[in-house]
Design a protein around this ligand. Structure first.
Ligand code: SF4
Length: 693
């Protein structure tokens, strides 16, 4: 508009889209967000003055016509009608209490939200355990990076990136895999491109020639599903040619012998046969990593969304350790986290079935006693269900009610035909969101939450920096911040919470969570962000993990031997192609936010499937033709894009649209044994031109 900026409300805040964690000033006239401008550079440790298209323009969703502005309940005919907060909260309290009284708290579960603040998520965990009496609380982390968390925690001690943004910006070499970095993490992608222009090496291994591959000094195409094989192939080359960092291995690791032994079978011929990567590319990647003073190992879901994702991550962790690339400037592991607050809200705050905030194990008696005491309740030492398990257990009658906050499970779960059935059959379902999502359509009650521009609290980004989120607009209509809704519900279910602010909630987090011991709102605000671990009020935070020791009992990295495994489903005569799924720049996850942006919808108005020209020719498919893609779980019809970004045996489809719901094709039963992450990246499918008419 033509309103002058100085007449508007302004707040410096942290982006609510991706986990890069850009900071900027948002301007609002109280009705709309009118502009996003860079903050003072020193207040934006991550992005300085850059942002991407989502952070800059992605605000139409706040005022979109279908934004939920009052609670909804089902009337006698089964239709939604608007309701007062009183009525809606009472129905939720009744619905959850009835199941709890009749079947025990364990028959209830909560899905928490990585989009919400740390403070919101801390209370979701407390609500599940204290008010409902269940450990079955989890979040979308399960569907993406929980194998990263499991794999890194087992080798190094912390399930998080070891590096900071300066390391990412200044390293001599990158090995990036399964990450469409420039599209999914735009501001980090820009930094990497700049550094490569200045001479850094960039090795990209990916089944798809993603955009970042255009900037690579080496791109290697891999068959999806066998990442540990080529990673072990590189490690083998490095070990056998004595290119590893001997003193680092000796002083700072255990398990090197076992790893050297385990990688022996991954000979160049074997690697080529399984992954399609020729021996000279394994050799040159190994030589480049070994010759570089520093290397950053970056990945996202291409490495993790497998039935053996944890093994893939451990193979990568081994490679970083044997080359000594940890705990020094410019070196380390960098799993790029997806959603804005998946590190903090999805992990650190403990909305998890097996841990309290700060990854404190619920099976540990001392830890549990601390929380039982602080929260004044009994807590079972038995782990609850992971998200993926919740949907399977509901079939068995072991789960009867769910409270889903800011998660669109009806699109994001694997095998959504199954997920829809489960949601339909629940005895009680409450959904809390900004919109009537595909999931909310199954709810008994829908509670209107607010977005990050209407909220105060903190987010934790992909390099463990906790940053402040500040409200620039009042909540739309009758919507409320998640923590307030939870506090009201707790009150109706017999627990008297009386937090006046999110700062107070964070004080409680500080007192119970050593990792966040000194992370107060005041400090986060005054110091422009704080990286955990931050043990107490005088601790400066930790820019880089593992400088002196690993977070293990003996302070060393515990290398883990990783052998050969295959995807749980491989192509065969009936389903001859491997389908892999992913994301595109202008969209975000299931599109709850981005589909409401007109500008964004012009670029990518629908999902599609990428088909190699050879495959297209064999099947008589041209770009734009409607094609049917079918797996053992279901089928979808989408337009084809003929491109050599994918190889002839692979198909790629993005996950952003309900109409095509690619997750009808994925499988809800094939999960990583340690992390319960589904195998989104590999499904055996067939393709055919769609029937005319
Ligand atoms: Fe927001 Fe991520 Fe874009 Fe930064 S890179 S503006 S955090 S979406």
């Amino acid at each position: 508009g033509d309103k002058r900026l100085e007449e508007l409300n302004v707040a410096d805040t942290t982006c609510g889209y991706c986990a890069v964690g850009c900071r900027f000033d948002l301007y609002s006239d109280g009705e709309e967000i009118l502009a996003a401008r860079p903050t003072a550079e020193e207040d934006a440790p991550v992005n300085g003055i850059s942002t991407c298209v989502k952070g800059k323009f992605g605000y139409d969703f706040v005022n979109s016509d279908d934004r939920l502005t009052s609670p909804l309940v089902r009337d006698e005919s089964g239709e939604f009608r608007t309701a007062t907060w009183d009525e809606a909260l009472e129905r939720v309290a009744e619905g959850l209490s009835r199941i709890k009284d009749e079947h025990g708290g364990e028959s209830l579960s909560v899905i928490a939200s990585s989009k919400a603040t740390n403070e919101d998520n801390y209370l979701m965990g407390k609500f599940a355990r204290q008010v409902l009496g269940t450990n079955s609380i989890d979040n979308c982390n399960r569907l993406c990076h929980s194998s990263t968390v499991a794999g890194l925690a087992r080798t190094y001690g912390y399930g998080a990136a070891s590096v900071n943004m300066d390391d990412i910006e200044s390293t001599d070499c990158y090995l990036i895999t399964g990450s469409n970095t420039t599209e999914a993490h735009p501001v980090i992608g820009t930094r990497i491109k700049q550094n490569v222009r200045d001479g850094a090496d960039l090795l990209v291994f990916d089944p798809r020639e993603v955009q970042i591959a255009e900037y690579a000094t080496q791109y290697s195409r891999v068959n999806p599903g066998y990442d540990a094989v080529w990673i072990n192939g590189i490690t083998r080359y490095i070990v056998e040619n004595d290119l590893y960092d001997e003193s680092f291995v000796e002083e700072r690791t255990t398990g090197f012998e076992a790893v050297s032994e385990a990688v022996r079978e991954f000979t160049p011929e074997r690697v080529r046969e399984v992954t399609g990567v020729p021996p000279e590319e394994i050799a040159s990647a190994a030589e480049t990593i070994a010759a570089a003073d520093t290397c950053v190992f970056g990945w996202t879901l291409g490495l993790t969304e497998h039935s053996h994702g944890t093994e893939n991550v451990m193979a990568m962790a081994n490679l970083a350790a044997v080359t000594g690339n940890l705990g020094k400037p410019g070196a380390g592991v960098s799993p790029f986290r997806g959603q804005n607050n998946v590190q903090g809200g999805g992990g650190d705050m403990g909305p998890l079935p097996d841990s309290f905030p700060g990854y404190q194990d619920i099976a540990d008696d001392e830890v549990r006693a601390k929380f039982e005491d602080a929260w004044d309740c009994d807590i079972s030492p038995e782990y609850g269900y992971y998200t993926t398990q919740m949907f399977l257990e509901a079939d068995e009658g072991n789960l009867r009610g769910m409270y889903i906050i800011g998660e669109n499970s009806a699109l994001s779960e694997p095998g959504v035909n199954h997920a829809e059935e489960v949601l339909e059959n629940l005895e009680f379902l409450a959904v809390q969101d900004l919109f009537v999502t595909e999931t909310a359509k199954y709810a008994d009650v829908v509670l209107p939450a607010c977005s990050f521009v209407e909220k105060t609290g903190t987010f934790t980004n992909t390099d463990r920096t906790v940053q402040k989120v500040n409200r620039v607009m009042e909540p739309k209509g009758d919507s409320r911040p998640d923590w307030r809704i939870l506090q009201d519900l707790a009150g109706r279910m017999g627990r008297d919470w009386d937090y006046d602010s999110t700062a107070e909630i964070m004080e409680e987090v500080n007192s119970l969570t050593p990792l966040y011991g000194g992370v107060t709102h005041d400090r986060v605000e005054n110091e422009g962000g704080l990286q955990w671990p931050c043990w107490d009020e005088n601790h400066p935070g930790t820019e880089r993990l593992y400088e002196d020791e690993f977070n293990t009992d003996d302070g060393k990295a515990h290398l883990q031997a990783v052998g050969y495994s295959e995807p749980a489903e491989t192509p065969d005569e009936e389903y001859p192609f491997t389908l892999t799924t992913g994301r595109v720049l202008y969209q975000y996850h299931t599109g709850t936010m981005t589909h409401r942006e007109e500008g964004i919808m012009e670029y990518t108005p629908s999902d599609f499937v990428e088909v190699n020209p050879a495959t297209a020719e064999a099947y008589g498919i041209e770009s734009g033709d409607a094609v049917t893609v079918e797996s053992r779980r279901g089928e979808i019809t989408v337009p084809a894009q003929v491109t050599d970004r994918v190889g002839p045996e692979t198909l790629f489809a993005p996950i952003h649209f309900a109409e095509s719901a690619v997750n009808r094709l994925t499988d809800e039963t094939r999960l990583d044994p340690s992390a319960a992450t589904p195998e989104f990246k590999v499904s055996a499918v067939r393709i055919a031109p769609a029937d005319d008419g």
